[in-house]
Design a binder for this molecule. Structure first.
Ligand SMILES: Cc1cc2nc3c(=O)[nH]c(=O)nc-3n(C[C@H](O)[C@H](O)[C@H](O)COP(=O)(O)OP(=O)(O)OC[C@H]3O[C@@H](n4cnc5c(N)ncnc54)[C@H](O)[C@@H]3O)c2cc1C
Length: 501
């Protein structure tokens, strides 16, 4: 049996592929360019504070949810406590707040309270959200032979309900928001996920909150990923940290080895890359194996708009915002940074996680959307100016928040760290800082099936990771690892048929 698998990248997708392959009896090795696991699911220390660069919310935590099985299999649920809130997110503009309650009935009441003049559209939205509340978009058995029960479940829980909600599928959040007269409701529709997101995706997001299936795992990203790494190692998997992979060496339509950045090579029977899709196609494979699905995607799907993440260690605890994913604050006057007009910020208060700060203090994070090319040009022209500009912009955003929402904020800041899109690309290789890959726009969702795990033209090479599922995120990346393991399992049986018969 051909049973050695080399995996590139120890982010969640690479580790997940490793766990499922080890469970199937393969010998796997992961090569990770960084010194620690996690990829984008990470956090970093600044003094006595831990600044989390990823998890705000994890979907699929409710028992009975198909994704719950995945988290259980990956070992992240054992002894994990989840912080949950009845409100998923809040929106603030000019002294008024809208709370996006997780429960759809409560949300309807709140929307009507904020904007009775939008009653007709609110009722239409509520009806659709109710209908969507049972859809399972992330099926655990994505690939491989499905039983009759699984096929029936897919038909009734996913395909038919999606078909009946087609008008919601085909409209973006940005366009749909214009149906509302009230600016806060417009903010909500645009800000639930991303502006180009299909409204059906937003309805499905609300179906997770409605089922109490989203939460924040206490301990944050580092603890979360450490548990998966532990599971992988307990199953006999090996990870080599600080070992980047430069190139794949091919012979007769198969990869025979990987050239490592330390000058060595490694051989295996199967290869999986969970790194950035652009890197795989253009560098690892030298642009020799264009994949039609990805060619189309990189031309036609919108990628996630990169972010500037300002992490603050505060000298004191502040009153909780009472929402899981923070509060989006619309500025009365935008902050301008070249052509980047920043008119809002997502503020996340992490006082509920004692592991992130010393006693009596807390972490607060501020996220704003920005453009990759602005930071790239700045960094390439002068790294010192780039650093100064990051900090200057962060201070300007903090002072805008002080004016509009949070008096006294600047005075509480004990530590500050600013991560730009360049930071993410530098540490994880993610293409143009698109931290969740492709946005789940109507076009992306309609063509998502063309993004294949198996690389066409190469017999033994597979892709895992966020780029395979528009919308990205931890569940999709983890699921891709499971799917790749199922594919390899199947192809090995086919490869080995003559010798084993
Ligand atoms: C600020 C922020 C907030 C987020 N919030 C959430 C959230 O609340 N909930 C959620 O579900 N998702 C969230 N996400 C998204 C989530 O973090 C990602 O979708 C997910 O971690 C992607 O995992 P991945 O394994 O596909 O890719 P990655 O994490 O990018 O992993 C790829 C790995 O490959 C390694 N690598 C790259 N090139 C090489 C090479 N040449 N050789 C060896 N190794 C290499 C990288 O170092 C990395 O470890 C957030 C992301 C960010 C940035």
């Amino acid at each position: 049996m051909k049973n050695r698998v080399a995996i590139i990248g120890a982010g969640i997708a690479g580790l997940s592929a490793g766990v499922y392959l080890q469970r199937q009896g393969y010998q796997t090795e992961i090569y990770e360019m960084n010194e620690a696991p996690g990829g984008q699911c990470t956090a970093w220390k600044r003094g006595r504070f831990t600044f989390d660069g990823c998890i705000h919310w994890l979907a699929g935590i409710a028992p009975g949810d198909p994704m719950h099985t995945l988290w259980e299999e990956l070992g992240v649920l054992e002894n994990t406590q989840f912080h949950t809130e009845p409100v998923y997110m809040k929106f603030y503009r000019g002294g008024q707040t809208l709370s996006v309650y997780g429960h759809i009935d409560e949300l309807r009441k709140e929307m009507l309270r904020v904007s009775p003049e939008d009653k007709k559209e609110i009722e239409r939205f509520y009806k659709a959200a109710k209908k969507a509340s049972h859809i399972e978009i992330l099926q655990i058995e994505q690939i491989g032979k499905k039983s009759f029960f699984q096929k029936w479940r897919e038909l009734t829980k996913t395909i038919i309900p999606i078909a009946t909600l087609y008008p919601w599928f085909s409209v973006t959040a940005k366009k749909y928001s214009l149906k509302y007269k009230n600016p806060l409701l417009q903010d909500m529709m645009r800000g639930l996920f991303t502006k180009e997101t299909s409204m059906l995706f937003n309805l499905i997001l609300l179906s997770w909150t409605n089922r109490n299936s989203v939460g924040y795992p206490l301990g944050g990203s580092l603890e979360f990923i450490r548990r998966i790494e532990e599971k992988y190692k307990a199953l006999g998997g090996k990870v080599y940290y600080g070992v980047g992979v430069k190139q794949a060496n091919l012979e007769g339509g198969r990869i025979v080895s990987l050239a490592l950045a330390n000058g060595k090579i490694t051989e295996a029977d199967h290869f999986v890359s969970s790194t950035d899709a652009h890197f795989i196609l253009s560098k690892l494979l030298g642009g020799k194996y264009p994949q039609p699905g990805f060619e189309n995607a990189f031309h036609n799907f919108p990628m996630f708009q990169p972010i500037l993440l300002i992490s603050l260690g505060l000298s004191q605890k502040i009153e909780s915002f009472g929402s899981l994913s923070g509060i989006q604050i619309a500025f009365t006057e935008p902050v301008k940074f070249k052509e980047n007009v920043i008119d809002r910020a997502l503020v996340h208060s992490l006082g509920f996680d004692p592991s992130l700060s010393p006693k009596g203090k807390q972490v607060l994070s501020i996220t704003v959307e920005t453009y990759f090319s602005l930071w790239e040009n700045l960094y390439l022209s002068n790294p010192a100016t780039y650093k100064l500009e990051k900090e200057r912009l962060a201070r300007e955003i903090i002072s805008r928040l002080e004016k509009d929402f949070f008096p006294g904020l600047a005075g509480m800041v004990e530590k500050m760290d600013v991560a730009s899109p360049i930071t993410w690309t530098h540490y994880t290789g993610v293409y143009r800082g698109a931290h969740e890959g492709f946005q789940p726009s109507p076009t992306a969702l309609q063509n998502a099936h063309l993004l294949k795990h198996k690389i066409e033209g190469i017999e033994n090479f597979y892709m895992a990771g966020q780029w395979l599922t528009p919308g990205g995120g931890l569940p999709a990346a983890a699921l891709s690892g499971r799917s790749v393991a199922a594919l390899i399992g199947r192809s090995s049986v086919i490869d080995d048929a003559p010798s084993s018969s």
